[in-house]
Design a protein around this ligand. Structure first.
Ligand code: GDP
Ligand code: GDP
Length: 436
């Protein structure tokens, strides 16, 4: 069975033009007046060796303006019912309209695979920021294109094919990969061994790409985990420049492959320059993180010890203030398994998506409580925010004068966002864009 792909959207966004470019012929009639009736067209398209049937729904468009709303909905309904993948076409020159919202609502209800293609981005370099607002329609995949000028059509086709792949392959079980990082003697191998010994019956060693890299898989609470081997970083050698360089590379590679990082510190020696360097690498790679203060069995404790140590770590590593701090002992096993629960939580936060409606409600409250300060005698207005991605969560704010939003106000926004939405253990990114 060939998958069916439907191009859906309100009149005049450029459906027929795109259809013609994708099938490589001029078949359907492109018109300048919205509402000209045409027959629905089907054509087969091949891309990267995969074939699919493309549907132009332009023919379903209404003759008169009066019925546009209901007809558009019908059109979307029909296409959606038939289609495996929907290309939801919108007009990047015009912005979001009420009709777009209506179509989006229908698509969301049907729970289909949707790619939002923002059309008429004729000059991608100059106008790619126009696509951001369309993330507000609530779909994850948004691509800027121009049907007429053949901009990014390859990317669009790749995205379409990508959806088939997800459709056809049997879902392989997801593995959550963990990198345990820290300076020599912090207790990394002890932690890894403790976890693997606990779960020995189901441990399997999988040879990695290089001879000395071996990852270990295990199961915990019905989820599969992988501990990324960091032997190169663990190796205790006299530090000379080349070895330092080598171990940094190994660390970066491990961090890159990881879904979640654990930074292990030694409670008897907090916080060293070497710890800060590894922390910096994790921060640069924008990975979710847990900070584990190990060898807790060696510390003489009273009621305030945990708080003191946590505060010390937060002060020494201020750029990682989002990371939860846990005290543990790889030797006695204290809080070793709970780290896995926390790893799971942090990973979920890293992949969390907040709806645009809720974001803007909260933004409104935040601004009401603490208005954006005027700068250089000009009023600064932040109009709108939307989350454009996960892992890490990324947010775009639209302001009349984004350069005038002060760093400290951005920090206020981030703190408040974290208060409301959590994102514990996860870095988050704020992007400020111009739009009045
Ligand atoms: P449909 O009603 O959605 O099928 O839209 P059409 O394909 O008939 O296009 C409507 C109008 O938009 C026509 O005047 C097209 O020339 C124009 N158009 C289509 N694609 C583009 C594009 O990528 N850039 C620009 N600037 N105009 C486009
Ligand atoms: P790595 O270099 O980070 O892999 O550290 P190792 O796991 O090899 O541990 C270094 C030393 O610290 C070993 O002698 C361990 O037995 C000891 N160690 C590790 N974890 C703990 C702990 O929680 N408490 C105590 N007292 N010693 C520990």
């Amino acid at each position: 069975m060939k998958p069916i792909v439907a191009i859906v959207g309100r009149p005049n966004v450029g459906k027929s033009t795109l259809f013609n470019k994708l099938i490589g012929e001029r078949l359907s009639i492109v018109k300048d007046v919205p509402g000209v009736t045409r027959d629905r067209l089907y054509r087969d398209v091949e891309w990267s060796g995969k074939e699919f049937t493309l549907v132009d729904t332009g023919g379903l468009e209404p003759k008169t303006q009066d019925f546009i709303m209901s007809k558009i909905k019908d059109q979307a309904q029909v296409a959606i019912d038939e289609a495996d993948v929907v290309v939801f076409l919108v007009d990047g020159k015009y912005g979001i309209t009420g009709l777009d919202e209506e179509v989006a609502a229908v698509l969301r209800k049907k729970d289909k695979k949707v790619i939002v293609a923002v059309n008429k981005i004729d000059n991608y370099i100059k106008n790619q920021d126009r696509i951001y607002e369309f993330f507000g329609l609530g779909f994850e995949e948004v691509i800027g294109i121009s049907g007429e000028h053949k901009v990014n059509l390859g990317d669009l086709l790749d995205a379409i094919i990508g959806k088939f792949e997800k459709m056809n392959t049997v879902q392989e079980e997801e593995v959550l990969s963990i990198a345990v990082l820290g300076r020599p003697n912090a207790g990394k191998s002890s932690l890894v061994n403790k976890i693997l010994n606990k779960e020995r019956s189901i441990v399997s060693d999988i040879a990695g790409t290089t001879r000395d890299s071996i990852d270990s898989d295990f199961r915990y609470k019905n989820r599969k985990y992988r501990i990324i081997d960091t032997a190169g970083i663990r190796r205790k050698s006299k530090i000379d420049d080349s070895i330092e360089y080598y171990s940094v590379l190994r660390a970066i590679k491990a961090i890159n492959r990881a879904d979640v990082c654990v930074l292990m510190l030694d409670s008897t020696e907090l916080v060293t320059e070497q710890d800060k360097r590894v922390a910096g690498l994790i921060h640069d790679e924008k990975k979710p993180l847990i900070i584990a203060i190990n060898k807790w069995d060696l510390i003489e404790k009273d009621n305030s010890t945990v708080k003191q140590f946590t505060e010390l770590v937060k002060t020494e590593l201020p750029f990682l203030s989002y990371a939860p701090v846990i005290t543990m002992s790889a030797l006695t096993g204290q809080r070793v398994m709970p780290i896995l629960d926390q790893i799971n939580d942090v990973f979920e936060e890293y992949n969390k998506k907040i709806s645009t409606g809720v974001l803007n409600q909260v933004l409104g409250e935040m601004i009401a409580v603490n208005p954006v300060p005027t700068r250089k005698g000009r009023a600064v207005k932040i109009n709108y925010v939307t989350q454009i991605g996960v892992a890490p969560p990324r947010f775009v704010f639209f302001a009349n004068d984004p350069e005038l939003v002060h760093f400290s106000y951005k920090r206020y926004l981030e703190n408040k966002f974290r208060e409301y939405f959590g994102f514990e253990g996860s870095p988050i990114e704020f992007i400020f864009n111009k739009k009045s």
